[in-house]
Design a protein around this ligand. Structure first.
Ligand SMILES: *Cc1c(COP(=O)(O)O)cnc(C)c1O
Length: 464
């Protein structure tokens, strides 16, 4: 076997990739026929590919590279830790310094009394932990019948059997026997697509009311928890109307059910506060964290528990854990990442400077004939594409056709934007500068123009 390098010919890299490497969330044959784009290096907000292109990464990898690429300090933290103690577990009455420090730092940053961290290596694993945690919590409280967890359609909570079941992606549920029993879903607060003739305010209240209806249908004595992302990410950056979250908080309080905020994307500055829960004004009992925790430099996630939940769980032996729970190298890198985000004022800058600037520029894209709505919170935003702004119409073509065409134009213009159905979404590194925001908006506009021409030529500018 030849070991390939970033300088190997692209075709050769693509051939080897197609032969042996299977990609997540990908139609394998479709990809192999076209060949994957090979990313070779990255610095700041910019990627390089094997063809010599410089690409603006407006997705921060997969929503995770909050600090930007190429930070030496993180590489050095990893190297130091690998030399000192590359691995040890935290089972069986042992611990190590990186896990101690990182848990304490997370407790300091997390709101309220969310002071206890159970580590995992990903968001999926952390949500699997949460599923077992909340049920164990109620069993320990003498209410073992509290098994149901309520989630939302089109939520994303991970891709393992447990977390994929918690999520509400119907396309995932059709494969591999999901969802597992004991999980119920209610509708999402997506006013643009599902709000009909209601005002956003009334719609927000109506969607929150579905939570209460579901609790009553299942019997409050049977419900363990409600899980939700403060701002839905993979579902298309769905920002709930202002009326939604206060109602949800009232309802979970009224029935005494646990609130799990999935902060895997929203956490660590993405919304302009350290946590999305602060931005939308909720008081979760448990938060799921991953992605921005290490800015993606190492795989690490976790569950952050309130004093009360942690004290109940601590009353029993919780038969759960991962070989890499609190991996020392991942913890050391995450700690360094949090130090830099804090000391360089990255989160504050999103709140007071680059976030507002991005919002103003991003919202100007609604002047484009294809764009019906632009929604943005901190550094996560979405554009709803439509053939008719006034009626908020969907396209007649299969959902995602227009989004895909638009994403391909972005790709060709060296801008990474993702599409979810016929929405275009961004989630750039938090360190993106005003100048880079200008480049992002220019390329997005250009790509929308080209997509618009292509749609007209193909007769796709039709409402459903
Ligand atoms: C990405 C994501 C997850 C899953 O995290 P992985 O690290 O991919 O397992 C869970 N919840 C949300 C909100 C996410 O965006």
């Amino acid at each position: 076997m030849t070991i390939l390098t970033p300088n190997s010919p692209t075709a050769e890299l693509q051939r080897a990739d197609a032969a042996h490497h299977m990609h997540p969330f990908t139609h394998g044959q479709g990809l192999n026929d076209r060949g994957a784009r090979v990313i070779t290096r990255a610095e700041g907000c910019w990627l390089n590919d094997s063809e010599g292109n410089r690409i603006l990464d407006a997705m921060a990898g997969l929503w995770c590279v909050n600090i930007g690429y190429g930070r030496r300090e993180l590489a050095q933290a990893a190297a130091r830790q690998m030399e000192e103690l590359p691995y040890y577990n935290t089972f069986f009455q042992t611990t190590h310094v990186p896990a101690i420090n990182l848990a304490a730092r997370i407790a300091e940053l997390a709101p309220g009394d969310l002071n206890h961290v159970f580590f995992a290596s990903s968001g999926s694993e952390a949500n699997d932990t949460n599923l077992r945690l909340v049920r164990t919590y109620w069993a320990e409280k003498g209410q073992p019948e509290r098994q149901w967890v309520i989630s939302r359609w089109n939520a994303y909570h991970g891709s393992s059997v447990g977390s994929g079941s918690l999520g509400g992606m119907k396309g995932m549920h059709t494969q591999g026997g999901m969802p597992i029993p004991g999980i119920a879903h209610i509708d999402q607060p997506d006013w643009w697509s599902e709000g009909g003739d209601m005002t956003p305010e009334d719609f927000g209240r109506a969607r929150a009311k579905q939570l209460e209806d579901k609790i009553l249908e299942l019997g409050p004595e049977n419900v363990a928890a409600f899980i939700a992302e403060p701002v839905q990410g993979a579902g298309g950056v769905i920002v709930a109307p202002d009326t939604y979250w206060p109602e949800v908080q009232k309802i979970v309080d009224k029935y005494g059910i646990l609130l799990i905020a999935d902060e895997v994307i929203c956490g660590f500055g993405r919304t302009g506060r350290w946590f999305g829960s602060e931005t939308v004004g909720i008081r979760p009992d448990i938060m799921t964290i991953a992605k921005g925790l290490s800015s993606g430099y190492q795989p690490i996630g976790g569950s952050v528990l309130s004093d009360e939940v942690a004290s109940v769980i601590s009353g029993t032996e919780f038969n759960h854990g991962y070989t890499y729970s609190g991996h020392p190298v991942a913890c050391a890198v995450a700690l360094e990442n949090l130090r830099i985000l804090d000391e360089e004022g990255v989160v504050d800058r999103v709140a007071s400077d680059t976030g507002p600037y991005l919002k103003e520029r991003f919202e100007s894209l609604t002047d484009h004939p294809l764009v019906g709505e632009a929604k943005i919170v901190g550094m996560m935003g979405s554009l709803a594409l439509t053939p008719d702004k006034a009626s908020r119409a969907a396209f007649a073509s299969e959902a995602g056709t227009v989004g895909y065409i638009t994403r391909e134009r972005c790709f060709a213009n060296n801008l990474i934007m993702r599409h979810v159905g016929d929405r275009m979404i961004i989630s750039p590194p938090l360190v993106i500068s005003r100048e880079e925001i200008d480049v992002l908006i220019e390329r997005a506009w250009q790509s929308l123009d080209e997509a618009h021409e292509e749609l007209k030529a193909q007769g796709l500018m039709k409402a459903r």
